[in-house]
Design a protein around this ligand. Structure first.
Ligand SMILES: C[S@@+](CC[C@H](N)C(=O)[O-])C[C@H]1O[C@@H](n2cnc3c(N)ncnc32)[C@H](O)[C@@H]1O
Length: 335
C-alpha cells in the first residue's frame, strides 16, 4: 500500500483555508445556480457575475481540481454532485453555509489565537457585540444564518426522526427553533402533533412565513421571546437543537431552568447535540467546539458534562439516543 509522508497531510491541513475561500467566492457569485441549465464558459460566467474572466477561470479550475465543477477541456464548466450542493434550490442547499463560513466565521476563526489566549469570544471583539445581537441588527446576514443552519444541520433532522420515536408527543415546542425546518419535518411526519416555535422576535417572523408556506400555520404557534427570560408553557416535550452548545455552563443552566419552569411533571426534555466521545477518533464536534469558542462563546460537551448540566437545570438525564448523523437525542425528565 502506498504511504503518504505526514508532510503531505500537514500541507493539506495548513492550506484548508484555500478551499474555504474558493468555495465561498463561487457560492457568493452564485456560480452553481448559473450552471443549473447546463455548462457555460468561464467568459460567459464572468459576464454574468461581473468578474474578471481570466481570474474566474482560475477559481473554477482550482475548484474543479477538488471535484467541485468540471471543465470539459475547453474552459466550459458544468456542475458535479459536489457543486450541486451549492445550488440555492438544492434540497438542504449549502450555499448559505459556504457564504457564512467565508464571511463572519472566517474572520472570527482568524482570531482563534485571541480566544485561546483569553477564553474570550473572538466574534464579540471583531464585531463589538454578541453574534445573535449582530444577526438581529443585520437582516441579510440573519437570512444567510437561517439558511446556513439547514446546510450544516439539515440532514440531522431525518436522522433524528428515524432514531427517536416522537409519536407519543401531542405538542412539541422547538425552543430556538430558527427557520422552522425541523418542526416542519416532524409535524409532517406526525399529523396528530401540534408545534410551538419559540425564538427571538425577528427570527420568528421569518419562521412564520416558512411554516405558512409549508401549510402548517394552523398546527404551529409561533412565539417571539428570549429564552434567558422565559419559555412558553404548555407543551408535552421541549426540544432544543444546537441551542445548549451555543452557551457557557451558566447561561445554558439558565435556559434549562426556564424550560424547567415551563414543563409539566411528565414533560420530556430533548436536547439535540453532538456528544463528545473520548479518544482521538475523527469527530466533527471537536472542531465545531472551536466555532463555539470563537463565535457564540459556547462549547461542545461530553456525556458527563451533559449529565451535570441537566442536574443544574433541574433535570435527570434519562438516556442518549444516537443517530446516523453527528448528533444524539439527549433525553431528560424533571428531577
Ligand atoms: C444555532 S441556531 C439553531 C437553530 C435551530 N434550532 C436548528 O437546529 O437549526 C440557535 C438559535 O437560537 C436562537 N436564539 C439565540 N438567542 C436566543 C434567545 N435569547 N432567545 C430565543 N432564541 C434565541 C437563534 O435565533 C437561533 O435560531
Amino acid at each position: 500500500m502506498e504511504t503518504h509522508p505526514p508532510q503531505e497531510a500537514m500541507n493539506r491541513m495548513l492550506t484548508g483555508y484555500w478551499t474555504t475561500q474558493s468555495l465561498y467566492v463561487a457560492a457568493k457569485l452564485g456560480i452553481a445556480d448559473l450552471l443549473s441549465n447546463g455548462p457555460r464558459s468561464a467568459d460567459d460566467l464572468a459576464k454574468a457575475t461581473n468578474t474578471h474572466a481570466p481570474s474566474l477561470f482560475r477559481l473554477l479550475r482550482g475548484l474543479a481540481s477538488l471535484g467541485v465543477f468540471a471543465d470539459d477541456g475547453t474552459a466550459r464548466f458544468s456542475l458535479t454532485p459536489l457543486a450541486e450542493c451549492l445550488r440555492s434550490d438544492a434540497p438542504g442547499s449549502q450555499r448559505a453555509l459556504a457564504i457564512m463560513c467565508g464571511e463572519e466565521h472566517y474572520k472570527a476563526w482568524g482570531e482563534l489565537l485571541y480566544s485561546v489566549q483569553t477564553g474570550n469570544i473572538a466574534f464579540d471583539k471583531l464585531y463589538g457585540m454578541p453574534v445573535f445581537e449582530f444577526l438581529s441588527k443585520n437582516v441579510e446576514q440573519a437570512k444567510v444564518f437561517d439558511a446556513a443552519m439547514v446546510g450544516v444541520h439539515g440532514r440531522e433532522t431525518a436522522a433524528m426522526t428515524d432514531a427517536y420515536d416522537f409519536s407519543s408527543i401531542g405538542v412539541l415546542a422547538d425552543v430556538g427553533g430558527g427557520n422552522g425546518s425541523l418542526l416542519t419535518t416532524v409535524l409532517k411526519k406526525h399529523p396528530h402533533m401540534k408545534g410551538v416555535l419559540y425564538d427571538l422576535p425577528g427570527v420568528t417572523e421569518r419562521a412564520k412565513a416558512n411554516l405558512k408556506e409549508a401549510g402548517l400555520a394552523d398546527r404551529c404557534t409561533v412565539i417571539g421571546g428570549n429564552f434567558f427570560e422565559s419559555v412558553p408553557a404548555g407543551a408535552d416535550a421541549y426540544l432544543m437543537r444546537h441551542i445548549i452548545h451555543d452557551w457557557d455552563d451558566e447561561k445554558a443552566t439558565t435556559i434549562l431552568r426556564n424550560v424547567h419552569q415551563a414543563i409539566g411533571q411528565e414533560g420530556r426534555l430533548l436536547v439535540i447535540e453532538g456528544v463528545i466521545p473520548p479518544g482521538n477518533e475523527p469527530c466533527f464536534g471537536k472542531l465545531l467546539d472551536l466555532t463555539m469558542l470563537t463565535i457564540p462563546g459556547g462549547k461542545e460537551r461530553t456525556e458527563e458534562e451533559y449529565r451535570t448540566l441537566f442536574k443544574a437545570g433541574g433535570f435527570e438525564l434519562i438516556r442518549i439516543v444516537p443517530t446516523k448523523a453527528e448528533v444524539s437525542v439527549i433525553e431528560g425528565r424533571k428531577l
